[in-house]
Design a protein around this ligand. Structure first.
Ligand code: NAD
Length: 479
């Protein structure tokens, strides 16, 4: 009998009408627990609870708010090993990566605890005599937070912490593939002193409760991270309701390698960007754009480095890459390798399913060469350990190919030239640019987000998060 984990609604743990097993991708015989599946009725109760709690929470004592967020951050940090292990078990990241993600989540709550005390406004003179103008920011109200499976604790943290810090009430719907970290986070929040109803957890499928959450009339804003197809649908639904929306979606991030790059460094950051966390980061680089003069040396060094990668049980020591997150993801990754080959790409490393002791979704990271930007392998998000190489004549062509994509989340360049680094920073059509660094790996206290098809609405994280979670009021005060 598996342990059952319930939804958290109005300060109570509430049984689901149904439960779904949470199965480890590294060993399908390892069931982490059975997690409640909310239905539309429970979702409505959660929204009502959040709505009822909003007046008191939004005008309540900011010291109490800061203390609660700080307490959540402290507990996450003190339990980072345990939470990181749970994360590795349910999502497939390696344990060190899981612990790193849990640490990030704890730090985010600490950062936003401070933000509770840094709320400011402006008082400006009026153009009319005897009047002053006050510009303040107020919370949006009840916000719906919808998260994907690939960062099961950090993405919930970077939506929940600012939402609460700026005075909103929350209905949180995690990805149905990874409810374990979401539940653990909700359990910590439930003991933080935050009043009943301010924070609610509803677990279940997007089609069953995500859709009614987006369309609930009492939800004032939706923050979503996930795929472009679901994001576009949510944007349309929010537009029809004139509802504020923030979307973080897919990527097809380029990593440019110029002739003058430091070769070992370029190889290491390419391997990091493309394959670590099984390539399942929205900021992962799946397009390696390599200039002629370094091409052969880069490819040789990449193949050598890839041969040393240790793939296996994410909970074991010394593993670089765990499984991919699900059977469906594995099938998608393997099928894109075939698509790339059918389009004329040459598979020079990996690309096959692996057996790693336990029955899990393991795959050897794949590298395809001889690819062009006309190919699907370079236009569509794979979201797995699959990278392709695009050969270019020099910097100008590299920049053009880097920007030749409907996405624009993150972009990297490996070069020792200040001129090219500076030009790339300015002309890359991505929200985040990395010079001699992997495309993935960002700080938690600065804005995060992309351009074009990768993002819609205002930025997440850091102080910029308040653009989404607050609304501006202008008050005129006469003498
Ligand atoms: P997904 O779009 O399938 O699901 C994301 C969330 O939306 C889940 O909670 C899901 O249950 C919910 N959902 C599904 N259908 C819905 C509907 N009709 N209405 C409301 N909610 C619905 O994405 P995923 O497979 O969980 O995550 C992978 C994707 O997330 C990739 O495309 C990746 O690039 C993207 N991602 C982006 C960022 C970023 O910040 N840009 C970060 C991480 C992941």
């Amino acid at each position: 009998m598996n342990k059952k984990y319930d939804n958290f609604i109005s300060g109570q743990w509430v049984a689901g009408a149904k439960y779904a097993p949470n199965i480890s991708p590294s060993n399908i015989n390892d069931v982490i627990g059975d997690y409640a599946q909310a239905d539309a009725v429970q979702l409505d109760l959660a929204v009502q609870a959040a709505q009822a709690s909003f007046p008191a929470w939004s005008t309540g004592n900011i010291q109490a708010r800061a203390d609660a967020l700080d307490k959540i951050g402290t507990e996450i940090l003190s339990r980072r090993d345990e939470l990181g292990t749970l994360l590795a078990r349910e999502e497939g990241k390696t344990r060190p990566e899981g612990i790193g993600e849990a640490t990030r989540a704890g730090n985010i709550f600490k950062f936003f605890a401070g933000e509770c005390l840094r709320l400011t406004g402006e008082i400006v003179p009026s153009v009319r005599s005897g009047i002053s103008v006050e510009i303040t920011r107020e919370p949006m109200g009840v916000v719906g937070l919808i998260t994907p499976w690939n960062f099961p604790i950090a993405i919930p943290a970077w939506k929940i912490a600012p939402a609460l810090a700026y005075g909103n009430c929350v209905v949180f719907k995690p990805a149905d593939l990874v409810p374990g970290c979401a539940w653990a986070l909700a359990e910590i929040i439930s003991r933080s002193g935050i009043p009943a109803g301010v924070f609610n957890l509803v677990m279940g499928r997007g089609s069953v409760i995500g859709d009614p959450l987006v369309n609930h009339p009492a939800i004032n804003a939706i923050s979503f991270t996930g795929s472009q197809s679901v994001g576009e649908r949510i944007a349309q639904q929010c537009a029809l309701q004139l509802k504020k929306v923030q979307l973080e979606m897919g990527g097809k991030n380029p990593q440019v390698i110029l002739d003058d790059a430091n070769l070992p460094r370029a190889v290491e950051l390419s391997v990091q960007s493309a394959f670590f966390s099984s390539g399942q980061r929205c900021t992962a680089s799946s397009r390696l754009i390599v200039s002629d003069g370094i091409y052969a040396r880069f490819l040789d060094a990449m193949k050598q480095r890839m041969a040393t990668l240790r793939i296996g049980d994410p909970l074991a020591a010394g593993i670089d890459i765990g499984p991919v997150a699900s059977q469906a993801q594995l099938e998608q990754d393997l099928s894109y390798v075939q698509i790339g080959e059918a389009e004329g790409g040459v598979l020079v490393a990996g690309g096959q399913r692996l057996q790693c002791g336990t029955e899990g979704f393991y795959m050897a990271p794949a590298l395809l060469t001889d690819t062009t930007m006309a190919m699907r392998i370079n236009r569509e998000e794979v979201f797995g350990p699959v990278a392709s190489v695009i050969r270019v004549k020099g910097y100008e062509e590299a920049l053009a190919e880097a920007n030749n994509t409907p996405y624009g989340l993150s972009a990297g360049i490996a070069t020792t030239s200040l001129k090219y680094a500076a030009h790339f920073k300015r002309h890359s059509q991505a929200g985040m640019v990395m010079v001699n660094l992997p495309t993935a790996g960002v700080d938690y206290h600065v804005p995060f987000g992309g351009r074009k098809g990768s993002s819609y609405g205002s930025r997440e994280q850091g102080r910029y998060a308040n653009e989404f979670f607050t609304i501006v009021k202008t008050a005129y005060v006469g003498d």
